[in-house]
Design a protein around this ligand. Structure first.
Ligand code: PHE
Length: 444
């Protein structure tokens, strides 16, 4: 058997969709989306966000699937095989971004475990000041933050070390449906609270006066981060897909599930925040300070708090495993390491690189006015991911269009109806939009 035939694969289409949706659905949807939307004009932001997801995000995701499925390898190896050596830096940049993202993602993932434990013990605080004190004391305690970060990284390692079919696919097939169910239970609880309507209005009534370059860049960065595109994650997952499987309908389903979870997360958060007279635009603290206060006032809140933070743990784990997988795929496919050596080494490396982020919120480790963690997030989500996405779009649309045409053809060998639109988007629309948004909106 050749090396490529020996590669691990997704066992089923639904397994592939749930694993990719698991990568996409994460802290980005439940922690980041609501506060970024809250800071950027609510529904106006949401509308622009959805437009960018389906008109730019989905075509870029398809471009990654095309390269990955054809290249049958990690981002660097796939690009070398399908496009030539000249293009491997695009894969290298993706792997670098995955290392940066996993380093801080592991820290926030650790917070979600800590909050689930505290929710179980009823120790989250009873109002905004006390919940703020709980959060403040926690992030200022490096030992605790690093302990939970380590626990989270260990969980990620445990799944990825088992490989694709037995590790990532199995985990996501069991836990993604649990996540969807929990989210719906929480949304029903939130929108049926007395006084929820004001929050719904804030979330669903667009304020177009807030639309400007910086806001659109925030929406683009959010779309790329949330869909896990631009850094080769989807390329790598696509490389574990059987040749006979379609890629267009899964791409649509993944984008749909991802947007659905983000929208519903807003429905969980805003009505509840307004119902108890709290402020929605409270930044990253929304989930970890405002929500605990909300839960403490809500009938049945103790139980809902546990469900909510457990949901966050699942969402973050299914994303962090995809970040770890991209990096490990490089060492396994390209450097011929064993999977256990690669997962162990990369887990330890990203854990150590995460320590500055872990201590940055409490200790004031800043880079030009942003905490180290926020700076890493900004660099990866608002800079590398859009640029990488532009690279994949240009490459697939211009350089690899003949190959893409074959990959985007039906079983009868004819190109799918979506192909011409996809090509125009990849060649012109996505690069121009990303370039324009980047130039006008990039502000530290
Ligand atoms: N999409 C994930 C989220 O929304 C984050 C992520 C980014 C995952 C990049 C993989 C790669 O939280």
């Amino acid at each position: 058997m050749s090396e490529v035939e020996n590669r691990d694969q997704f066992g089923s289409r639904i397994g592939f969709i749930l694993a990719s949706a698991g990568s996409a659905v994460g802290l980005g949807n439940i922690w980041r989306f609501p506060f970024v939307a809250g800071e950027n004009g609510g529904a106006a932001f949401v509308l622009i966000y959805l437009l960018l997801v389906f008109c730019i995000g989905m075509p870029v995701m398809l471009a990654e699937f095309v390269v990955g499925r054809r290249g049958q390898g990690d981002p660097v190896g796939s690009l070398r095989r399908v496009a030539g050596k000249f293009f491997t830096p695009l894969g290298g940049m993706g792997i670098f971004a995955a290392i940066v993202i996993l380093s801080f993602y592991g820290v926030v993932g650790g917070w979600t475990i800590k909050y689930t434990v505290d929710a179980l013990m009823g120790a989250l605080g009873t109002d905004v000041p006390s919940a703020g004190a709980v959060f403040g004391n926690f992030v200022k305690d490096p030992k605790m933050v690093i302990f939970y970060q380590a626990l989270f990284m260990l969980g990620t390692f445990g799944v990825v070390a088992r490989g694709i079919g037995n590790g990532i696919e199995k985990f996501c097939t069991v836990f993604m449906p649990v996540l969807f169910l929990l989210l719906i239970v929480l949304a029903v609880r939130s929108v049926t609270l007395p006084g929820a309507a004001e929050g719904l209005a804030f979330y669903l009534k667009p304020d177009f006066s807030k639309v400007n370059g910086a806001m659109i860049l925030a929406a683009l960065g959010q779309a790329f981060f949330s869909l896990s595109i631009g850094i080769g994650v989807m390329l790598t997952y696509g490389s574990y897909l059987k040749k006979s499987e379609p890629i267009v309908s899964p791409a649509f389903q993944i984008c749909f599930l991802d947007s659905f979870v983000a929208l519903i997360a807003g429905l969980v958060i805003f009505p509840a925040v307004f119902a108890f007279g709290l402020e929605p635009g409270s930044g990253p603290g929304l989930t970890f300070v405002t929500l605990p206060a909300v839960f403490s006032k809500m009938p049945g809140g103790a139980l809902f708090a546990v469900l909510f933070f457990f949901l966050l743990v699942i969402a973050s784990l299914t994303s962090s495993m995809s970040q770890l997988e991209v990096i490990c795929a490089y060492f396994v496919d390209d450097r011929k390491w064993t999977r256990s050596k690669a997962t162990l080494t990369v887990t330890c490396l990203t854990f150590c690189l995460g320590i500055p982020s872990a201590i940055s919120l409490g200790g004031g480790l800043n880079i030009a006015g942003k905490s180290f963690l926020d700076a890493m997030d900004f660099m990866a989500s608002n800079m590398i991911m859009p640029l990488g996405g532009m690279g994949f779009a240009l490459l697939a649309g211009w350089g690899l269009h003949a190959m893409a045409k074959e990959e985007l053809s039906g079983s009868d060998g004819k190109p799918l109806a979506i192909y011409p639109a996809w090509r125009v988007i990849c060649c012109v629309v996505a690069p121009a939009a990303i370039g324009w948004i980047f130039v006008t909106g990039l502000k530290w």
